[in-house]
Every structure is written in C-alpha cells, then in structure tokens.
Design a protein around this ligand. Structure first.
Ligand code: HXC
Length: 536
C-alpha cells in the first residue's frame, strides 16, 4: 500500500456520497498526483530497466536504506519548460529521486537518477535537487550516496542543463573533505556527468551495466576514426584495470548496494567525527606465529602482503580499494580492536613492491581521504625503491611520486609504520618514515633499511677496486655482505632514533594496537594557510 492508498479509497467514497467537498477533492487530487509521480517513466520503461538487469531509482533507494526510513524530497519539482522542453508537460521529480534515510541507524543523504524518465538526463531542476541534497548533507554532517544512471546533460535544456552540472561540481568540491561522498554507477554516466563522480571519494561500478565516458563511441569514431563499444570505452573493467577511475567494481547491483552499506559502516559521518568504532570481538593481544616465517630467506623472493594484513586486522577482515590498478601498492580499510584504520602496504609480489606512478597516485589519494576523515594510517613497508625506467621518468614519476610524499607529510591523523623488509632510498622516506612525522615507527628484525640496495651501492663505492681485482665477482659478493652488515641493519636505524622499536613479526598486531590508543587524542597543528599546492 502506498501512502496515498488510504486517502484515495476513503476520499473517493466520500466524494461520491456527499458531492465534491473542496478539501476532499484536493486530498484526492494529491493522492492521484503522488501515485503518478511514484511511477517515474511508467510501466514499459520500468520493464525495460528490469530487462537490462537494473533496478529503478526507487528500488535502489529502498534496498540501500534500513526499511521504511527513506524520506523523499522535491517530489514535485519539475523542469522550467524552456528550450526544447517548452510546451512539455511537467515531469514530477525531474528524473531524479532525492532524500535521506538511515543506514544501520545513521543518517545518509541520497540521490538516484531515474533512467526511466528522459534517460535520467540532467536538466536544471534535476541538478538543483542534487545540490539541495548536498547542502542539507553538509549542514547536517552526513554522507551523500549518488546513484548515477543517466544520458548526461539534458540536450533539450541547452546551457541551463550545463548550469545544473556546474552547480553540482561546485557542491562536490565544497563537500570534499567535509562529508564522505560515494558514487555508484549503475548505468551510463556520459559526457560531463562523469566529472561529478570523479570529484567524489569512491566510485563503485556495476559490471556490464555501468559505463563512464566523456565522449561516446559515435563521437570517438567521428573525431578520432576509432571504432569502439560502450563497454570497451568505459566499462567497469576498463576503469578498474586500466584507467584507475573506479575504486570498486561489483558483479551486480545487490553486491554494489551491500558494499555501500559496508563502506558507510566504516566511515565517520563527517570530518568532525571519529570513524565508528565497534565492540572488538577479536583478541587485541592475538599473536601470529605465521608472520615469524613469512619473510623468505632469499631477499629477492617475494611474499604476499595480503597474508600479513589478514593476520593483523580484526578477524582478517580487509576491504581492499582499487584491487586491480596499481597492484604494487595495497590500500584499504580494516579494523584494529574495533577501530577503523586505513592500510597502505607495498606488495612485493608485484613489481617487487616498488613505487611507480600509479601506485603513488593511488596511495596519495587514499592517505588524503583518511586524513580528511580522522582515520589512522598504518603503513606496511617492503619497498626496494621507485620503479626505474624511461616509461616512468618520461611519464612523470618525479611529479607523481611527489604526490605520495606530499600526502604522507600533510597527514596529521595517527600514523604508524612497520618496516617488514626492504626500505631503500627515497622510497624509505616516502613510505611513512619518522621524518614525515609518523608517530610510531616499528621495524621487524628482518628489516633492511639503506640508501640503496647492496649490489648497486658496492658498484658505485668500489668501482676502482672491482676493476683492479683478480676476481671481481667474488670481491663484489664480499663487499655486498659487508655493506649489508654495516648499513642494512634495523639496529643501526634504531640507534640513530629513526625507528622507535624493533618488534617480532608475530607481535605486530598487539604492538600496533598498543601504539594506537594513545594517538586517538592526537592533535597536530600545522601553519595556517589557504591550502597547500600538492603537485598535480
Ligand atoms: C535528453 C536523453 C539523453 C540526453 C538519453 N536521452 N540521453 N534525453 N538528453 N542527454 C533519452 C533518449 O532520447 C531516450 O528517450 C531515453 O533517454 C533513453 O535513451 P536510449 O538512447 O533509448 O537508451 P539506451 O539505448 O540505453 O542508451 C543510453 C545512452 C544513450 C547510452 C545514454 O541514450 C546516449 O548515448 N545518450 C547520449 C549520451 C551523451 O552523449 N551525453 C552527453 C550529453 S552532453 P526516448 O523518449 O526515446 O525513450 C553532456 C555535457 C555535460 O553531458 C557537460 C557538463 C560539464
């Protein structure tokens, strides 16, 4: 039964029996209008939506929120009937459903573009409704979830539609770092529409039904002479594996909705709140003997950093972000003794864990998110350096590596770093070293901390001796051994005060949890300024 059923039946009966009372007819009229507005683009378009494996805007919202908590806003807002919309009937809601509700009891704002109404295209009023969602979400300090399913700017409204987009972009930027913003792409996000999700914190794409592209296949063909499809141009796999646009992809809408609810459960509602801690059900003193044997004897042999993360976080529960892009760095959320933390970890299994352009951008963006929303950052380090090569240098590893460095320096949330194995050169500094104001720095006894690897260092330092030697290979190995003993040792670094403590691998979880609780009241002020100039 819809909210209007009651009014419709009762008032209809009264109207017939008593003649039209003006109040009753108004109530009846309201009920009829409400029912019509709720139907969006009507039955056949809803069926077409379902046939594509997609929910409607209202179905998405109903599944997102706790039952019966959604309150709709702006239901009767419509277009201004200008441009090619002149003379067209009003469209209740103007193709977007907006409002607020609760996720696990917490306030969350939402907008959901309704593809059944003019292809979810964004007219001026549609844009204003989304902006109103943002204004209220910011005033009340709650996250915004946006369901994108639209053909882009409503062509019939001309520049007024562009104005709608411009206003949304402004709100996205204004809200950045104030409230979490999650974009869920569940259909096309075409043209300038893509820039709203791109300005938000997380983009979730649904496989096969979601596509994001600035210019569609037809324009690509006309301008560039390239033949392509929507999926090849901007499907979820493109943005998960190639472009790095998507934070997550999920196989269907239900999975994507579950993910939104999970994410909301980890994030604070706004930048003035701490992330939501839950009662810890995993032992905070839990040691892991597996970690004592995880580092291979051969320094060139990789290990899987995921196994380390799973041993450390509560119940091994880790939500990885961007799992298929920049795989040499791992980012994501876990909990430690019930408190959400952000994990940044090198992955020795991919490119030996070295930092390249993609990994630097990926890490930097995540660190800045955590810093904005009071989420402590735990860094797990096994990094041989920045990835060498023409591709990287010409692609701007200097400019892009600087982003990661900048993000670590800028972050004032609690920061804890553990060096597991290699931490060489500039990459040692970048990956949350003490010099960047990390609060607590641990190293495992297996840590190797140096300006550079022994092989390269010996070749530079002892070039003449090696050239003159009878057996240069033997000498090289001997000198490498000496170099390792002298410079690699974590005890040297600890003696210099650059490491706070050397810990057993098996004790990593309890030691991090111990180090974290005093930092929860941490306050660190930096020089006041308008904003820094992060190298972009
Ligand atoms: C008005 C639109 C529309 C739009 C779709 N429709 N896009 N109406 N403005 N931008 C309408 C269609 O006319 C159609 O109406 C209905 O929505 C469903 O569209 P279909 O094409 O039948 O659906 P489908 O085959 O699923 O294809 C969806 C689509 C395609 C891939 C999104 O419609 C498309 O390519 N649209 C244009 C996408 C685009 O290039 N947008 C950029 C606009 S410019 P009827 O009544 O026939 O059912 C832009 C610049 C913004 O966005 C810049 C901001 C900075």
């Amino acid at each position: 039964m819809t909210s209007s059923d009651h009014i419709t039946t009762e008032t209809a009966q009264d109207d017939t029996e008593n003649g039209m009372s003006s109040t009753r007819s108004k109530l009846r009229d309201y009920a009829t209008r409400l029912d019509k507005a709720m139907q969006g683009g009507g039955e056949s378009r809803i069926k077409a939506q379902h046939d594509k494996g997609k929910y409607t805007a209202r179905e998405r919202i109903a599944r997102l929120f706790d039952p019966d908590t959604f309150i709709e806003t702006g239901l009767f807002i419509s277009h201004k009937a200008i441009g090619l919309m002149k003379g067209k009937k009003p469209i209740d809601g103007d193709g977007v459903v907006t409002g607020y509700g609760r996720i696990n009891g917490r306030l969350v704002y939402v907008y959901a573009q309704d593809f059944t109404v003019l292809g979810g295209s964004l007219g001026n009023a549609h844009g204003k409704k989304i902006c109103a969602v943002y204004e209220n979400a910011m005033k009340n300090g709650a996250p915004v979830v946006g369901f994108n399913d639209s053909g882009g700017a409503r062509i019939q409204e001309g520049v007024d539609a562009l104005a709608g987009f411009g206003e949304i972009f402004f709100q996205n930027v204004n809200a950045s770092g104030v409230i979490p913003q999650i974009s869920v792409i569940m259909g096309p996000a075409a043209g300038g529409a893509v820039y709203s999700p791109a300005l938000t914190d997380f983009i979730i794409m649904v496989e096969e039904t979601a596509q994001m592209f600035v210019t569609g296949p037809e324009i690509v063909k006309t301008v560039m002479g390239e033949t392509t499809s929507f999926e090849e141009l901007g499907g979820s796999s493109v943005h998960s594996f190639k472009s790095g646009v998507a934070s997550f992809s999920r196989t269907d809408e239900d999975e994507a909705l579950d993910l939104v609810r999970k994410l909301i459960g980890i994030l604070p509602s706004n930048n003035l709140e701490d992330p939501p801690a839950i009662d810890a059900t995993d032992d905070k003193a839990r040691a892991s003997s597996k970690l004592d044997t995880i580092i291979p004897d051969d320094p060139k042999e990789p290990f899987d950093m995921f196994e380390v993360i799973e041993e450390i976080v509560d119940h091994g529960d880790f939500l990885e972000i961007m799992p298929n892009w920049g795989k040499n760095i791992i980012i994501g959320f876990g909990r430690l003794n019930g408190l959400p933390v952000g994990i940044v970890a090198n992955q020795p299994k991919v490119l030996a864990g070295s930092l390249d352009i993609d990994a630097s951008i990926k890490g930097a963006k995540f660190i800045r998110f955590c810093d904005s929303f009071n989420i402590p950052i735990i860094s797990l380090v096994d990094v041989p350096g920045f990835l060498p090569g023409l591709d990287q240098e010409h692609g701007g590893i200097i400019r892009n590596g600087a982003k990661l460095l900048y993000a670590y320096c800028e972050a004032t949330v609690p920061k804890i770093t553990v060096i597991l194995r290699k931490a060489f050169g500039g990459a040692y500094i970048v990956m949350g070293s003490k010099h960047l104001r990390t609060d607590v720095n641990f190293a495992w006894p297996t840590a190797e901390i140096a300006v550079m690897g022994a092989e390269g260092a010996v070749k530079i330092l002892y070039r003449r001796q090696l050239m003159a030697a009878d057996d240069p290979e033997k000498l090289q190995l001997e000198l490498e051994e000496q170099f390792r003993d002298e410079f690699y040792s974590p005890y040297t670094t600890a003696r210099l005060g650059h490491i706070d403590k050397i810990i057993l691998p098996s004790e990593t979880r309890p030691r991090i949890i111990e180090a974290l609780w005093p930092l929860l009241t941490k306050r660190e002020q930096r020089m006041k300024r308008k904003h820094g100039n992060i190298p972009l």
